[in-house]
Write a protein that binds this ligand. Structure first.
Ligand code: 6R9
Length: 659
């Protein structure tokens, strides 16, 4: 025996590969009857009305699903509703105006609470201001903002007037902002002066300004939120409007929520794919909102009286679906935290849980790996007994991290839901129902009720238990993306071409993840099978990074791969060939790093830039990325016999090893 609690935990939990949901949890769970799987199956697609019924509709749908024009599916056909009404007004009308809707915690310790009534007022005033600036229904409004309450307020204000928003993650670079505004033909931008990171004020407006210079059309109005007070003073040019002035000018104004068709666009969200161009994923008002509300209820077990906290950034889909739309549609209290988890100390998140008595906590495996590294004393020093359910999303979680989370955060009394889904799916797809299924650490779980997920071989036969194959979704679902903005063709080729049989009207969605399945139909997602990296749970396209590297004068060619990283999961490794006469020295290395940060943002910062005279290529001229990954990981190399230039491998290994 040992005194080391970590070792003891390992010993006790290491053996255990399945966990029953705690009884106390099951007794109160929103969904606790396994018959739900059958109910969904037998009555599909009508069973999805259960999700839509969580919302208030202005007019009810005529038909649940229209498959006529597959894969351009339509859900809740001819239904009409407004998303902001569902997330705000109806809770005010239902006598819950004094309940906290958003509780916000700034990095420096300041707090703000918006009741549903406060949120109602703010959303109306900003909606009135946007209208005044000329925003009309269906105009795309870009929101380039960090984790401040004005971000969800702006999203809901857009939804109220039927203007789709396109949120660009604040950590993205100026170039990334410009690309997205150009792609969406967006003429309006809402941003802010800056925000805090580890106590320092970051200048955000400068980045926004730089981005605007790269926009290829007229941007008439830019609204700037003053987050920093006097910390950074900005010259506001002619087209700039101060957020507070605008809202003050519309003090007390009310805007009728615009009636939207179920299939009208609620928002665009850009995500990375195989090519260098980010994809504008289109989500709709009826299907998406129903799906977020339903999964928030069934999987996150959210009740209106809960204090719920998802620690993601609203700039990603997780924040859209599970900080803003799902929780607010259910009328709960949703927490927002502006800053980093280790500022001022490594117990910051646990301090927030303790102070607010958080019931439900949803985070990413990369964060859990960081918590593990910091040690269990940090959470142990706080009272986390308010927690009832834990969740993870964004990347595979290994059993060791799962068990650490279960034990040191959940005290072995909270179910952990490992939720697999994507920007494109709108909401969770594969996970356990916490009041129904046993949990198997490392495996996300079965497909949710109504979701037809199958792991298949290239011949479309399902794999045997234990074998790896491709994850596919073989029936549509309400939260699915409807298309890629202005690019129906790419929508079909990216997601449907691989396995569908259009002539037979058979449509199979391919999320580009590999997976295996066990004898109980539990799915273990293995990761992307395309050229997309998952760095700290963020999706980054290798092509985007490569083109930034090649943009540096002196760099002739580049290949980007993901190497293993203890906390980030994957880290960016750049292999670059210099042009003749250019030396791969420290200065060039810095330029490559800078160029990548300029093109994408600090999240894409390479772990290493390795200069090499050649890249390993197959006889057909394809870069052998697998080999570059193995080199980055210091692994034993697989087969190199198909290489045209096998001698280069030794040389690259020396470069990496020599560092
Ligand atoms: C919600 C979100 C999607 C990609 C997805 C997959 C990976 C997400 C996962 C997971 C294993 C999980 N992923 N959740 N892999 N287990 N529970 O993260 O959306 O940013 O679009 O990323 O993330 O590879 O394809 P998005």
């Amino acid at each position: 025996m040992t005194d080391d609690p970590d070792v003891e935990l390992e010993a006790r939990l290491a053996e255990q590969d399945s966990f029953e949901p705690p009884e106390e949890f099951v007794e109160q769970a929103n969904v606790s009857d396994e018959a739900i799987y059958e109910e969904f199956e037998e009555n599909w697609p009508q069973s999805w009305e259960r999700a839509a019924e969580l919302l208030d509709w202005e007019s009810e749908w005529d038909e649940v699903l229209d498959e006529e024009d597959a894969p351009f599916y339509e859900w809740f056909v001819n239904g009409e509703l407004n998303a902001a009404y569902n997330c705000v007004d109806r809770h005010v009308e239902n006598g819950r105006k004094n309940q906290a809707a958003i509780k916000w915690e700034g990095e420096l310790g300041e707090t703000r609470t918006y009741t549903y009534q406060d949120l109602y007022r703010e959303v109306n005033e900003f909606a009135a201001a946007l209208r005044d600036l000329g925003v009309e229904e269906d105009d795309v409004v870009t929101l380039y903002m960090p984790m401040i309450p004005e971000l969800p307020i702006a999203m809901l204000a857009c939804a109220r007037i039927g203007a789709p928003h396109s949120v660009v993650f604040a950590g993205f670079s100026a170039d990334a902002l410009a690309t997205r505004m150009n792609s969406a033909d967006s003429e309006y931008l809402v941003t802010c002066d800056g925000y805090y990171r580890r106590g320092d004020a970051l200048n955000h407006k400068e980045k926004a300004d730089k981005g605007l210079r790269g926009v290829d059309h007229e941007v008439e109005n830019v609204v700037v939120v003053d987050r920093l007070g006097d910390e950074l003073t900005h010259f506001l040019g002619e087209k700039y409007r101060d957020y507070d002035d605008l809202v003050d000018a519309h003090d007390g104004d009310r805007v009728e929520p615009v009636t939207r068709d179920a299939e009208d666009m609620l928002f665009l969200m850009y995500t990375s794919g195989t090519t260098g161009e980010p994809k504008g994923v289109k989500h709709t008002t009826g299907g998406y909102l129903s799906y977020c509300a339903w999964t928030s209820r069934a999987v996150l077990d959210i009740e209106p009286e809960d204090t719920y906290w998802c620690s993601a950034d609203i700039g990603w889909i997780t924040g859209h679906s599970y900080i803003v739309y799902g929780p607010l549609a259910l009328g709960t209290t949703t927490m927002m935290y502006e800053g980093t988890p280790d500022y001022p100390e490594k117990d910051r998140l646990w301090e927030i849980v303790e102070k607010n008595a958080v019931d439900i906590f949803y985070t990413a495996p990369t964060a859990i790996r960081a918590f593990m590294k910091w040690g269990e004393d940090w959470p142990a020093s706080r009272d986390l007994s308010s927690l009832r359910l834990l969740g993870t999303v964004g990347e595979p979680i290994n059993p060791r991290a799962w068990k650490w989370y279960y034990k040191h955060i959940g005290d072995e009394s909270c179910p952990v839901v490992d939720t697999w889904w994507q920007t494109e799916t709108g909401g969770m797809m594969v996970t356990t129902l916490p009041g129904v299924n046993e949990m198997k650490p490392g495996s996300a779980g079965p497909a949710l009720p109504g979701i037809d997920a199958k792991v298949i071989h290239p011949d479309k036969e399902e794999v045997e238990p234990g074998q790896a194959g491709h994850l596919t979704i073989q029936k549509p679902w309400p939260g699915m993306l409807r298309t890629l903005y202005d690019n129906d063709e790419r929508f079909v080729s990216e997601y449907w071409e691989e396995y569908s049989e259009p002539d037979e009207d058979e449509w199979i969605y391919f999320p580009e993840d590999g997976a295996k399945v066990d004898e109980d139909d539990y799915i273990t997602v293995l990761g992307r099978v395309d050229d997309v990296l998952n760095v700290s749970g963020h999706r980054l396209g290798t092509m985007e990074i490569e083109s930034a590297a090649v943009g540096v004068p002196g760099v002739a060619e580049a290949a980007v791969v993901g190497g293993d990283h203890e906390v980030k999961g994957e880290a960016v490794y750049v292999y670059a060939i210099t042009e003749e006469g250019t030396e791969g020295d420290e200065r060039l290395r810095e330029r490559v790093v800078e160029s990548i940060e300029d093109a994408i943002g600090p999240i894409a910062r390479p772990e290493e830039v390795i200069f090499t005279p050649e890249l390993p290529k197959t006889r057909s001229g394809k870069i052998m990325r697998r080999l570059l990954e193995e080199i980055a990981n210091g692994e034993e190399l697989g087969d190199t016999s198909t290489l045209r230039n096998p001698e280069i491998v030794d040389e690259i290994q020396k470069q990496v090893g020599g560092d």
